[in-house]
Design a protein around this ligand. Sequence first.
Ligand SMILES: Nc1ncnc2c1ncn2[C@@H]1O[C@H](COP(=O)(O)OP(=O)(O)OP(=O)(O)O)[C@@H](O)[C@H]1O
Ligand SMILES: [Mg+2]
Length: 239
Amino acid sequence: MLDIRDLHVKYGNIEALQGVSFHVNQGEMVALLGANGAGKSTTLMSIMRLPPPEGPVVTRGSITYNGVNLLSASPHDVVAVHGIGLVPEGRHIFGNLTVFENLKIATYARKDQEQIAKDYERVFTLFPRLADRKHQRGDTLSGGEQQMLAMGRAFMSGVNCILLDEPSMGLAPLLMQELFRVLSELNAAGTTILVVEQNARIALKHAHRAYVLEAGQIVMEGSAAELASNPEIRKAYLG
Ligand SMILES: Nc1ncnc2c1ncn2[C@@H]1O[C@H](COP(=O)(O)OP(=O)(O)OP(=O)(O)O)[C@@H](O)[C@H]1O
Ligand SMILES: [Mg+2]
């Protein structure tokens, strides 16, 4: 459903992606692995159509979603019309708003009030910690709780495909497990997931398939099980 072909992108004169191709089928959970600077966030920003200077300029290739060309979509339409949501690196929640207000803002483009009510229930069931802290300000949440809120917000935006940029970053192992467990649950309930990770171990444990990005190019791909047992991957990413 999400199909990226021969994607070339630039920041000014820097070619950050040089012919990247991969796809994510409906209902799949796919991991995009790679070291610092490989182009992982750039790939997600390209899909979300984030404009420069933060986002890159696409110079060649295509991004389609359910057969529709995303390159001509606005950042707003990627979320509101196509149903793709991003949980960015560093979370970007609103510190001066409460947990509930942060979730509510995400629903602004939705009109399905009944489903919105159900979705709040679902987020608070998936993340009981957020339910306990409904009226707490965002900036007083722990790092892990902020990450949960960022995921909850993507879910509340009513999207059916979620892109996550290094959700495990800065989290203690137990919390990391907890977050990926929720991701797997969301995925099993039908949400398509593309997760960018440097932590290959946890990503390969939960994803169906994975791609490895190196210096702006896909250098390896396969099922999560194949990659987890690949000697090169083990050496470079699994320690
Ligand atoms: N706004 C920008 N302007 C110029 N260059 C950029 C910009 N954003 C990223 N880059 C460059 O593009 C390349 C890919 O960066 P990107 O952020 O996609 O890497 P990443 O794989 O997400 O790395 P990390 O794991 O460190 O987050 C890097 O060389 C980076 O310096
Ligand atoms: Mg990044």
